[in-house]
Design a protein around this ligand. Sequence first.
Ligand code: ZN
Ligand code: ZN
Ligand code: ZN
Length: 391
Amino acid sequence: MKNHTCSKCGNTVYFENVQCVKCGADLGFDSERLVMITIEPLAEPPGAYHAIGYDAAPLRYCANAAHAACNWLTPALEGDGFCIACDLNRTIPDLSIAGNLDAWQELERAKKRLVYDLLRFGLPLDTRNSGGERLVFDFLLNATTGHLDGVITIDVTEANAVERERQRLQFGEPYRSLLGHLRHESGHFYWNVLIAEPGKQEAFRELFGDERMDYGAALARHHSEGPPPDWSTNYVSAYASSHPWEDWAETWAHYLHMVSAVDTAQAEGMEPRASGLIFGAAWPFKSYDIHREETFDALIERWIPLSIALNNMSRGMGHNDFYPFVIPAPALKKLAFVHHAIREYVAALSTANQARANTRPRNDVTPPRPAPASKRPSPRSLIGRVVDRLK
Ligand SMILES: [Zn+2]
Ligand SMILES: [Zn+2]
Ligand SMILES: [Zn+2]
């Protein structure tokens, strides 16, 4: 996460803020530029704002700001009133039930961090134009957390810290968080986008195993017998050993954890070196930037000293480890696979978008016509039964 600054007074502001604590100015997240911006109310139209410091069309807060569930901005004169992240919601908790508003606010805070990751990479949230699916969220009480055909279902109970800790202990997990769930489930969606392509699956299978093995039976076995005794020599987590799809989703989530933490360290001026953290450094690594030649090895060179230092800090405060995992060599290869899969996909996507823009007549502003859905086989049949963490 980048650092953000109030453009009225220069104070540091944070991703979840709606007001600058120093000068009192209104703040919101600009999902086009991926920064927090300072805004001022306009006389007209009602509820509209303009951005201080740059020219932009009038903005308004997402409709979910009324529930203190969102601080993202959206165009004031177009759209349905929801921001790009809240537009992904299909079901939100019933707010007439006590506790659900608090839970939903927690879920939205975590979801915004995930969507931020995805937007920073330039990953698509909707691939229906190329025969894929749209990323959709259902926040349901007492549902099974999982992914199916683009829909991520999150059990609202997970937002209850007591219940989440109970489940963490019950499943013997070193780490359980809303953001962790969301990053994991988004991995299933992006497996369909990045890997369910002819020619991609062979490389996937070489590292992760054959995802065509019976998914239901594999999960049932994992829940009844537990992971193989030597899981820690091959997988990033015990759950990753249950099935190749779960291995991918766990690996994807860990990759997003690393990229996000390294990006934040950079924003805070911490440079992790083998000898420890150096502060006040201006380091060149851009973890989300697919246009630069940032290697996976360079990410890991930073991630390892960073996570060790943060684990020690965390223990010093009496908390659990910041990152309570040890990554074995085979899991590093899988993380590198995710690193390259994202870059290859996003680079190809931007080349295709560029080519489409170049072939369009200059004055033509109509959006590109969606490609016929039949061009790519639907991955539905492959992933139709993915659900997680059977209770
Ligand atoms: Zn300010
Ligand atoms: Zn919103
Ligand atoms: Zn999963």
